[in-house]
Design a protein around this ligand. Structure first.
Ligand code: RAM
Length: 340
């Protein structure tokens, strides 16, 4: 029984079983550790848009869960030139990662490349740069689905007939411009031949400018039947304008809005439906992606997977894109179930 030879065989078998178990778990993608001492900075398009506050709020929740030191910095106007000085400062502060909602697809690339050259990981969320400016883009949903979905929503309300306009955010916003491209493609379909896009206006994600632009659209195009506003700031301002105008209920308005900003306009009949994803979950997912990159667990390559706390496992797609999930459509029936 106490034969030392037997004992050594038993120990070797035990070690073998243990190593097989560890290998087994690894090949099934166990939760890889987040490095200690990471510092991640979040730079939204601008800091005074309620959408961005909710989004980066989600990022901070994720940082807390992971034991990461997170902070939010950024300009008050959604322009790329205003984001530059924040990026430069974050490079000097030697952050582990920068998570950015880009106000322009190209203008920030030299600065982001400088960050990446200095081993700072770069992730975009909400609004992308060209792929060479970052390792991962955390997209809210497929851009194609968002863009085409907006046209389909409006078409339903106006029976596929009439002049329509788009009230966008800033002229250079990567996300809105990508969605608009897919809206224009969707409008080429034969079933929409009775709909005509007469104007794309820009409210610059400023409440007052979006309000005035809505007024301008309605005055310039008296036959306008519908507006698509794929920005939470724009759609809320357009709804506020329409809600006190004689055109309330006559000109349809759809878009991407937060339930809390849109609730009163759904209740008073100005707006029938609009869509959005959870901005907090978007910020949360981007924080996990950045921390996993900065921990060396992923590189941003297609097919890699990583875990993102309560959102579970995510796979990186083509061009380093990670998708949050399909948006929710809000109507009078379900809006009170949401509070953000
Ligand atoms: C605004 C911003 C943001 C966009 C949402 C839908 O808050 O432009 O980038 O994703 O709208």
């Amino acid at each position: 029984m106490n034969n030392p030879m037997n004992q050594s065989i038993t120990i070797k078998i035990a070690a073998l079983i243990l190593s097989l178990t560890i290998l087994g778990t690894t090949s099934h993608g166990e939760e890889k550790e987040i490095k200690k001492g990471l510092k991640i900075a979040f730079v939204p398009k601008n800091i005074n848009n309620p959408y961005n506050v909710i989004e980066t709020g989600g990022s901070m929740v994720a940082c807390k869960e992971m034991g990461v030191e997170g902070k939010v910095v950024g300009p008050s106007d959604p322009s790329a030139s205003s984001q530059v000085s924040y990026i430069n400062t974050l490079i000097t502060q030697r952050e582990s990662a920068i998570v950015l909602a880009a106000n322009d697809p190209n203008a920030l690339i030299p600065y982001l490349k400088r960050a990446m050259d200095q081993k700072i990981k770069v992730v975009t969320m909400d609004s992308d740069t060209a792929p060479e400016g970052r390792s991962i883009f955390v997209n809210q949903a497929t851009s194609e689905g968002i863009g085409r979905g907006q046209v389909q929503m409006l078409a339903k309300e106006i029976n596929n007939q009439g002049e329509i306009a788009i009230l966008s955010a800033t002229p250079n916003a990567t996300n809105q411009n990508t969605w608009i491209k897919f809206m224009q493609e969707e409008l080429q379909k034969p079933e929409y031949k009775g709909m005509k896009l007469v104007k794309i206006a820009y409210g610059n994600d400023e409440d007052q400018k979006s309000f005035t632009e809505t007024q301008g659209l309605l005055q310039a195009y008296p036959n306008l039947k519908g507006i698509i506003s794929p920005t939470t700031v724009g759609v809320a301002a357009a709804a506020r304008y329409l809600s006190t105008s004689p055109l309330k209920g006559k000109v349809a308005l759809v878009g991407l809005g937060t339930p809390n900003q849109m609730r009163e306009f759904v209740k008073d009949g100005t707006v029938k439906e609009f869509a959005l994803w959870s901005p907090a979950d978007l910020g949360y997912l981007a924080a996990y992606a950045a921390a996993q990159l900065a921990s060396g667990n992923i590189e941003g390559k297609e097919g890699e997977t990583f875990t993102a706390g309560k959102l579970g496992s995510r796979t990186i797609g083509k061009d380093g894109v990670v998708i949050l999930g399909p948006p929710t459509v809000f109507t009078a029936e379900n809006i009170d179930q949401f509070n953000f």
